[in-house]
Ligand binder design. Sequence first.
Ligand code: PNS
Length: 164
Amino acid sequence: MGVAVYPGSFDPVTNGHLDIIDRASKVFDHLIVAVLENPRKNAIFSMDERVEMLNSIVGQYKNVEVDCFRGLLVNYVQKRNASIIIKGLRAMSDFEFEFQMALVNRKLSENVETLFMMTNNMYSYVSSSIVKEIAGYGGDIRALVPSQVYQRIKDKFAAHFKNV
Ligand code: PNS
């Protein structure tokens, strides 16, 4: 079903993201996981770290690639010859903002369609912010992130919080 772009900050990637990647990889011929370089967001992980963590978990999927982008998402989607944006929806609280973004993106480009995937209910409470909150207090995040990236996140937080 064509080429889809799954955009996000992925700071860091969680099991909720991985669930969407897994399911979207079965629906689309090619899936591009696109990490936003957002100067307005204070990311804990650098762009390279976020891309590396994603690459370590998508290796098993032949039709998934990881890339990064700046600027407007619709411009990136068109540059990659894709026409679909895939987004995960966790709860009604996500809906309002996602609805607005989908409408804005359609206004910016009629050729790009946004499709939503309901999250697996096992992960509906998981977000990058929650992972950072728990890891910041030294809590156990093993159930929330892919095993391949767990140690990297732990190391990062140990170093980060030593310096603050
Ligand atoms: O993981 P996030 O931070 O919720 O992802 C947000 C993202 C990257 C999907 C969104 O911020 C985005 O698309 N940014 C690119 C700028 C853009 O196109 N803005 C117009 C749509 S509101």
